[in-house]
Design a protein around this ligand. Structure first.
Ligand code: NYM
Length: 214
């Protein structure tokens, strides 16, 4: 007999720093609240900055420039945080809960490759993790992002670096990506996102979860 799946979707937001991801994630979570009986959901974010364990604390220290790390070591730290969440993410998805994630594997690869690490090596570290059903890329150029408030305080928040991150993101796109023009109004973006998310949630109900490296 054919196996039937009713599972949640893995929805990921990606983009440069200050591209509006967190605003849009919060809007989507609010939207989904209205349909939570039909589409249960849960929000997540990477990196997880809560001081819950040594990995999270080390990531915070690295991002705030309190601590230096060789590029590969830093990369593996971010990856480890995701790998540690793998089983829980799978459980939620299998139970029919849609996960809305603020940054995920593509951030890991794009930011590390922008430092000079090979993009393929970076993505290879993500193997085995659930692959997003939809990546919403908030498309904003580095020279516009830098003028948004809050830019420039943390590691990586410099325009030349962000340009390299953008180039790496472009290499990672596949058919699961939706590029949204992030200079549109918040409302316009939210409407575009909502439409794509509801479509993908419906489409992947009957599909098995795929994984990086499958
Ligand atoms: N970042 C994020 C990485 O360098 N590697 C990763 O794997 C992930 C998930 O952390 N500048 C970087 C990108 C961002 C920063 O910022 C997290 P925010 O504002 O918390 O999304």
């Amino acid at each position: 007999m054919e196996q039937r799946y009713v599972r949640g979707a893995l929805i990921v937001f990606e983009g440069l720093d200050r591209s509006g991801k967190t605003t849009q994630v919060n809007r989507l979570l609010q939207d989904l609240e209205g349909t939570k009986e039909r589409y249960p959901y849960r929000g997540m974010r990477f990196p997880d900055r809560t001081p819950a364990n040594p990995i999270n604390i080390e990531i915070c220290d690295y991002l705030s420039k309190k601590k230096e790390l060789p590029a590969r070591e830093a990369h593996l730290l971010f990856t480890k945080q995701r790998q540690n969440q793998k089983d829980e993410m799978e459980r939620f998805l299998q139970n029919g809960t849609t996960l809305v994630v603020d940054r995920y594997s593509h951030s890991g690869a794009a930011y590390s490759a922008a430092k000079g690490l090979p993009l393929d090596w970076c993505m290879a570290q993500e193997e085995g993790l659930p692959k997003p059903d939809l990546v919403i890329f908030l498309d904003l150029f580095a020279d516009i992002a830098k003028n948004r408030s809050g830019f420039g305080e943390e590691r990586f928040e410099e325009e030349p670096f962000q340009k390299r991150v953008y180039e790496q993101y472009m290499q990672l796109q596949d058919e699961t990506w939706l590029r949204v023009n992030a200079s549109k109004t918040e409302e316009e973006i939210a409407a575009e996102v909502r439409q794509a998310v509801l479509r993908v949630i419906e489409e992947c109900r009957e599909k098995p979860i795929s994984h990086f490296g499958d």
